[in-house]
Design a protein around this ligand. Structure first.
Ligand SMILES: Nc1nc2c(ncn2[C@@H]2O[C@H](COP(=O)(O)OP(=O)(O)O)[C@@H](O)[C@H]2O)c(=O)[nH]1
Ligand SMILES: [Mg+2]
Length: 273
């Protein structure tokens, strides 16, 4: 494998779903991804315990369990993982949410065809021809489509999702840390879309499936909708605002500790391929 790819799974209080996500990871997936980081964002449930047990029961899977030094939010967990990818010499970094709403296999045709190589990022899209939604209310879908249009107006390009849980980024594009001051919460990806306009990143939306069954969404719909709208129009009024401090808590760095690695044996096998 000449291109090195990292998969990371942000996980926060998803003890019921995380095992199903790890079960998605099979030989086809590991043919592309050298290692998978499960990033436990200081869950208060049994997330860490079930992941630990899973790694012990599946020594053949190159899965590493990490724990953030503090709860960094979803945006902060992405920053931590992006920097891990940069520091460890990866070429691509892919995120898959830990609550089993998406499916990494949706990206296989994209990986197989090498589409990722032609863009700075490939963003999983839930609201695009070819996407599949399960358990999403019409109201929620409608709200998302309206917001996609607003962001399309602001960024002057078609937008099919503001932040699904399955995205792939070229590490080269992340190296200067342009995202370090972006929000640490669930709004991180919205600002990433605005930034792609400012920094002229090339984006490819790719249709994915997304389901909601036993997951609890933490998106506080109304308050978040208003904040997001302010961000979009704030950027429209002043594009330099993309460089401002978006966080509530300012941090120097985003760090984690390893709770459990994978066996040397599987690491050696990986290297030989
Ligand atoms: N809400 C929340 N999710 C986090 C955090 N850290 C990691 N995550 C993970 O981020 C993903 C998205 O969160 P979720 O609340 O499901 O948002 P949504 O699916 O985008 O509506 C889930 O897989 C969580 O496990 C955090 O601090 N807060
Ligand atoms: Mg979710």
């Amino acid at each position: 494998m000449s291109e090195r790819m990292l998969l990371f799974i942000p996980a926060y209080n998803c003890e019921k779903q995380i095992v199903r996500v790890l079960d998605q990871l099979d030989k086809k997936i590991f043919a592309y991804f050298e290692e998978t980081l499960v990033v436990n964002n200081r869950s208060t449930d049994g997330t860490e315990k079930v992941v630990l047990e899973y790694i012990q029961a599946h020594p053949d899977k190159p899965i590493r369990l990490m724990r953030n030094t503090e709860n960094y939010g979803l945006g902060g967990s992405q920053k931590m993982s992006f920097h891990y990818a940069i520091d460890h010499g990866y070429d691509y970094v892919c995120m898959l949410h830990g609550d089993d709403q998406g499916n990494i296999h949706d990206f296989l045709p994209m990986l197989h065809r090498g589409i990722y190589a032609k863009y700075d990022c490939v963003l999983g899209a839930r609201f695009m021809p070819g996407s599949k939604l399960e358990g999403y209310s019409r109201f929620r879908t409608f709200g998302n489509v309206v917001y996609n249009f607003i962001f399309a107006f602001v960024t002057r390009r078609r937008i099919f999702d503001l932040g699904s849980g399955l995205n792939m980024y070229k590490v080269k594009m992340l190296k200067d840390g342009f995202f370090d001051k972006f929000p640490d919460n669930l709004m991180f990806n919205y600002v990433m879309i605005l930034a792609s306009h400012y920094y002229k990143h090339s984006i490819r939306f790719y249709p994915v499936s997304w389901r909601e069954d036993d997951q609890v969404s933490n998106v506080k719909m109304v308050s978040q909708a208003i904040t997001v709208l302010k961000m979009a129009f704030g950027y429209l009024a002043d594009r330099e605002s993309i460089k401002k401090e978006y966080r509530e808590v300012i941090r120097e760095s985003y760090t984690c500790e390893q709770i459990r690695g994978f066996s040397q044996l599987s690491e050696d096998v990986e290297k030989e391929e």
